[in-house]
Design a protein around this ligand. Structure first.
Ligand SMILES: [Zn+2]
Length: 320
């Protein structure tokens, strides 16, 4: 049976998982990302992680395609990493093609949030035409599903919602700019606030103990304004909200939703928007990557069928 290998690369952990063609998942495995990312040659390190995983966890399994999920900017054709802040050695590298040559397997890649979103889209009653995913973790992840395809932008950098400018914000962003909304609207900001104002509170309890503090109330309101701006531009059928911050105990998800709705233009997108909450677990990123690999393999099979001159003639005859 065909299998698909999904690999979710985060700043802390790299997670691997297999899925068969009937979407049964198995062999979840986690390694610390710095164990390979901080090597002199991180790509060789990643290749070794994958080879060892396949030998130890997937011996005898036929892997049809490997899908990598990366938290950075990829080229529009998803062939090249353009900016991956925590592994700069991979910038401008055709990572998937290089790994493919080394492993002797078909390797493809996409932004990690698109894999979370693909998982979440598949949990809906039917696949919508237009949906937007907002995943708030250490940063502000954004996935755009427009007209039944992921939208990448002309260079691949679409969905960088965390880097829209916020008036009066003088904070320096990791991207090099000043004033990005992400500097004040992310898990990183919450951790910094907690270090300053809630030293005795474990970060996981921040909202249960300090959720009514004006700074945290404004944090949620700022997030709502940012998300509502995008809803007013894109008019999606679904907004998927997820990520580690929203999963924190006591996070006021209902207040966030109410506040988003208060900023929506009537009658639309206000009346047509369904907001769903993602139930993201440790495994969701690589599960979504496995399913994205299966989708990509199907797309390629269809394209190669059409590209085959013999099939082209059959299709042309059918049309005629
Ligand atoms: Zn920025």
């Amino acid at each position: 049976m065909q299998h698909f290998l999904g690999i979710d690369i985060g700043g802390t952990n790299t997670r691997l998982m297999l899925m068969d063609s009937e979407q049964h998942f198995s062999c979840y495995h986690k390694v610390a990302t710095p164990s390979w990312a901080q090597l002199q040659d991180p790509l060789a390190g990643l290749q070794r992680i994958i080879s060892e995983y396949l030998q130890e966890q997937a011996s005898g399994v036929y892997v049809e395609m490997v899908m990598l999920g990366l938290p950075g900017i990829l080229s529009r054709d998803r062939e090249r990493v353009l900016s991956l802040p925590f592994i700069p050695a991979l910038d401008n590298q055709p990572v998937a093609a290089l790994l493919s040559a080394q492993l002797g397997l078909s390797v493809v890649m996409d932004k990690d949030v698109n894999h979370l979103m693909w998982w979440d889209l598949n949990q809906l009653p039917s696949l919508p035409d237009v949906a937007v995913g907002l995943y708030l973790g250490t940063g502000l992840g954004n996935s755009l599903w427009l007209n039944r395809a992921f939208y990448h932008g002309v260079h691949g950098a679409a969905g960088e919602i965390g880097h829209i400018p916020l008036a009066g914000n003088l904070a320096q962003c990791a991207c090099g700019k000043t004033g990005c909304v992400e500097t004040l609207t992310s898990g990183n900001w919450l951790a910094g606030w907690a270090r300053q104002y809630a030293t005795n509170t474990p970060l996981a309890q921040l909202f249960t103990e300090h959720g009514q503090h004006p700074d945290l109330v404004e944090f949620v309101e700022r997030l709502a304004r940012t998300i509502a701006s995008e809803m007013n531009i894109l008019d999606p059928e679904y907004l998927v909200l997820g990520g580690g911050v929203l999963a924190m105990a006591g996070f006021p998800i209902e207040r966030l939703e109410t506040s988003i709705r208060q900023h929506l233009r009537a009658p639309y997108p206000a009346l047509g928007l369904t907001i769903v909450t993602s139930s993201v677990t440790d495994e969701t990123g690589c599960r979504g990557a496995c399913m994205a690999a299966q989708r990509e393999a199907k797309l390629r099979a269809t394209l190669s069928f059409i590209d085959n001159p013999l099939n082209g003639a059959i299709l042309a005859r059918k049309k005629a």
